[in-house]
Design a protein around this ligand. Structure first.
Ligand SMILES: [Zn+2]
Length: 89
């Protein structure tokens, strides 16, 4: 399934998603991703990448998204990419 939304920028919102739900949510039609507000560090990085992959490659299975998210988050994390502490959004 290929859609025009694949080439649009991905918008990210931090939101309280609640404990019963996942850490993130992707709206593939609009390229909007929501990430749990209470995440930080590597978990947040993984959530962002995970939901972004759902927008970039909507045809991918959940397990393929998880594997790719882990590969890239490990790569970036091991290169010391971090979100600065005073980043509030
Ligand atoms: Zn997923």
């Amino acid at each position: 399934m290929r859609t025009k939304s694949k080439n649009r920028p991905i918008k990210l919102k931090y939101k309280k998603l609640g404990r019963q739900r996942a850490w993130g949510q992707a709206y593939k039609e609009t390229n909007l991703i929501e990430v749990e507000k209470n995440t930080k560090g590597k978990l947040r990085l993984r959530c962002i990448l995970h939901e972004a992959y759902h927008c970039i490659a909507p045809e991918w299975s959940e397990s393929r998204v998880r594997k790719s998210e882990k590969l890239i988050s490990d790569l970036l994390w091991n290169q010391n990419y971090r979100q600065v502490d005073n980043y509030i959004k």
